[in-house]
Design a protein around this ligand. Structure first.
Ligand code: HEC
Length: 161
């Protein structure tokens, strides 16, 4: 049994070193935009919505794809996202995007991609992804418009027409 314990510890340690690049945000980079309320409660995390300003009442999606938005989103993600995310199910640095709009709600995606930090610490599935290693997804300083366009592109990638 102690052998097992040592092995477990070694494995944990090697993971720690392999991916132990825990991001510490540089001073001044995590400042909130004026008028943004920071939610600090850890007890009532809503896994359907995440943490942030987006929810079902301020985020509306049409059943049909908005083609120009999806095209703009494809461009934006080519600049800021696809170095870490493939469009398939395959993991690169982060999880592949195929199916993400089924796994996650639109509000969750909007909240996460505009401000990942507070959610990584609270979302059980993000914690699990973090354990698979690699890095914490860095804040990509997306504008709301970019984020919304990228969401539309993700829907296109998941087959919305
Ligand atoms: C440096 C690599 C990196 C970049 C760049 C990056 N991500 Fe991520 N992303 C990650 C990692 C790693 C995760 C897994 C969660 C975690 O550990 O933080 C993730 C998770 C996600 C998820 C959740 C996926 C799921 O299946 O639950 C979404 C959505 C996402 N990223 C969108 C984006 C968008 C949009 C961009 C560009 C604006 C982007 N990412 C840029 C690394 C990255």
């Amino acid at each position: 049994m102690s052998k097992f314990k040592i092995l477990t510890a070694l494995i944990a340690l090697s993971f720690f070193y392999a991916c132990g690049n825990k991001q510490t945000s540089a001073p001044g980079t995590s400042g909130e935009a004026p008028g943004t309320k920071t939610e600090t409660s850890t007890t009532d995390y809503d896994p359907k919505r995440g943490v942030g300003k987006f929810n079902e009442s301020n985020l509306t999606l049409d059943a049909a794809l908005n083609v120009p938005m999806a095209e703009a989103g494809e461009k934006a993600s080519g600049v800021k996202c696809t170095s870490c995310h493939k469009l398939t199910e395959e993991r690169l640095v982060g999880p592949g995007w195929k199916g993400v709009t089924q796994r996650r709600t639109p509000s969750w995606i909007m909240n996460f991609i505009t401000n990942p930090e507070p959610m990584i610490d609270k979302d059980p599935e993000l914690q699990a992804q973090l354990e698979l290693c690699l890095v914490r997804m860095p804040n990509q300083s997306l504008t709301e418009e970019d984020a919304r366009n990228i969401l539309e592109f993700m829907r296109k990638n998941d087959g919305v027409k």
